[in-house]
Every structure is written in structure tokens, then in C-alpha cells.
Design a protein. Structure first.
Length: 108
């Protein structure tokens, strides 16, 4: 219940809008730990734990690419968005939690 409330307060867009971005080519970043990622994740997601985000972003050439971040409740995804925006990334979206995305995943 608390995770759901946190996610509603922190995420940038609705799940449907996030899926629109993903289906239009946005890169999906799961900022949870490797063990959380291993327990379940979106198929198209790349695991970049929040603690490793600084090193990861130094390797990204295109700061204009669209990125959708998620985590367990939305707080780490928001922190990740803040880090990316502070480093010149303009098209970053906090999708909230993995569950937020899974409940809105388009069928078919």
C-alpha cells in the first residue's frame, strides 16, 4: 500500500503514456539492484542500478534520447531522473514502479 502511494506521488506520467514512449523507442532503465532485477523485470529493460548511474551516463553519447526509468516504488527512479537531468539529459521520465508499468502493459 505504501509503495503504491509513493509511486503515485513520484511518477511523471501515467503507465499508458510510459508505454507509448517505450513503444516509440524510449530506452527503458531499471534502476533497482541486480537481485531485484533478477527477480523480475520488463523484457526490454536494461539494469543500471542507481549507484552505477553516474558511470553509465558517462558512456551515453546521445543525451537527446528518450529514457523511461522505473524501480520498486518510484523514489529511486525519480533520483535517477534528477541525476540524468542534472547531466544534460532532457527526455527522461519517471515511470514509477515495475508494478505500475506491468498493470498498464498493452496486450497484444
Amino acid at each position: 500500500m505504501l509503495q503504491g502511494l509513493i509511486s503515485k506521488l513520484t511518477k511523471d506520467q501515467t503507465g499508458e503514456r510510459c508505454w507509448e514512449l517505450i513503444n516509440n523507442g524510449a530506452k527503458v532503465i531499471d534502476v533497482r539492484s541486480p537481485s531485484e532485477y533478477a527477480s523480475g523485470h520488463l523484457a526490454q529493460a536494461e539494469n543500471v542500478p542507481l549507484a552505477e548511474l553516474d558511470a553509465w551516463l558517462a558512456q551515453v553519447d546521445n543525451k537527446q534520447s528518450s529514457l523511461v526509468l522505473y524501480c520498486g516504488a518510484g523514489l529511486r527512479a525519480q533520483k535517477g531522473c534528477d541525476i540524468l537531468k542534472a547531466n544534460g539529459f532532457e527526455c527522461v521520465t519517471n515511470a514509477g514502479s515495475l508494478n505500475d508499468l506491468l498493470c498498464c502493459e498493452p496486450k497484444g
